[in-house]
Design a protein. Structure first.
Length: 319
């Protein structure tokens, strides 16, 4: 098995104007891409709302992808689209807003037309507190939306793949299974975020075992905490305002990490999965950390721990 590592564009860098994303300006963005390339990343995932900035900075998205390739990357691998907060115009659990959400998706698809993007990564729901009470019918309505979007994205060569948050309306194993039962496997896929599932009390390895035929990607990040205080209900942002937790997410390889990454890697190898594996860091600056350091630590862990797990699994499976 040949493992392909990509990086999720969730970085914050220090500037004279304070913490900013690398797309703050061209010099920061160029340096950021070269740092990732030096570590060996070959795929690049980014958010849909960064696309206009990248277009202006590099002349076009094709120009940005050319810059990536000139610096050792293969391509843009995924675009992440989300509606974390419900509005009267966009709320996946409200059928009357679906036309607007589909139109937004069409805009993103047009922006990446002609590129080699594989995954259209979506957050299937908004925050739990805005959807509550979460009912089977609301989950069915959300599934209907993403069936519709999935059919559309396949026409453009991208797979609609669902990434779940611990604070979202679809979070427990029962809710996840219900959602996937309502979605068409031909149109709607699974994107496994190891930390988000773990925080919600869901085993990411078991999720992958169940949905490996629908899995199109991963966010490899760790956590030290399982939400045992119903923090997922906290408005407006459980990731930043949890009274018991100051930092939810960590890079792979830290003491106290709860995700069994070697076990997951062995499962991935034995399954024959041949897609991208993605490193993501989220709020790595909390507690005095830095994204650059977190990314280096994660890549060391990949090269020294996960590579060994991969070799062991390959030997057992004869790959």
């Amino acid at each position: 098995m040949s493992v392909k590592w990509s990086y999720m564009d969730h970085w914050v860098t220090e500037t004279a104007q304070g913490p900013q994303p690398p797309s703050f300006n061209r010099a920061h963005m160029d340096r950021y891409i070269k740092q990732l390339s030096a570590l060996g990343f070959r795929g690049f995932d980014t958010f849909f709302f960064y696309l206009p900035m990248l277009t202006n900075m590099y002349g076009s998205l094709r120009g940005f992808e050319t810059f990536l390739r000139d610096n050792g990357f293969d391509k843009i691998t995924g675009i992440f689209s989300a509606y974390p907060y419900a509005t009267k115009y966009t709320a996946p659990h409200v059928a009357e807003t679906h036309d607007r959400i589909v139109a937004d998706c069409v805009t993103t698809l047009r922006a990446v037309e002609g590129l080699s993007v594989e995954n259209f990564i979506v957050m299937p729901s908004t925050t739990y507190f805005q959807v509550a009470p979460v009912t089977d019918e609301k989950i069915k309505v959300m599934a209907e939306l993403w069936n519709r979007v999935g059919r559309l994205t396949l026409e453009h060569g991208l797979r609609t793949t669902c990434h779940f948050e611990f604070w979202g309306a679809i979070r427990t194993r029962e809710q996840l299974d219900l959602f996937f039962s309502y979605t068409d496997p031909a149109y709607v896929y699974f994107f496994c975020d190891t930390a988000q599932h773990t925080i919600a009390g869901v085993d990411p390895i078991e999720m992958f075992r169940t949905y490996r035929d629908r899995c199109t990607g991963f966010h490899f990040k760790d956590t030290h905490t399982v939400d045992q205080h119903d923090t997922y209900r906290t408005p407006p942002d459980p990731e930043l305002m949890a009274p018991e937790v100051t930092r939810w997410f960590y890079e792979m390889g830290t003491d106290g990490g709860l995700v069994d990454f070697p076990g997951l890697m062995r499962e991935i190898v034995s399954s024959g999965y041949d897609g991208w594996l993605t490193v993501e860091h989220d709020k790595a600056e909390l507690g005095g950390g830095s994204y650059a350091e977190a990314t280096c630590v994660a890549k060391w862990y990949i090269d020294n721990v996960l590579a060994q797990a991969q070799d062991e699994a390959s030997e057992v499976s004869g790959q």
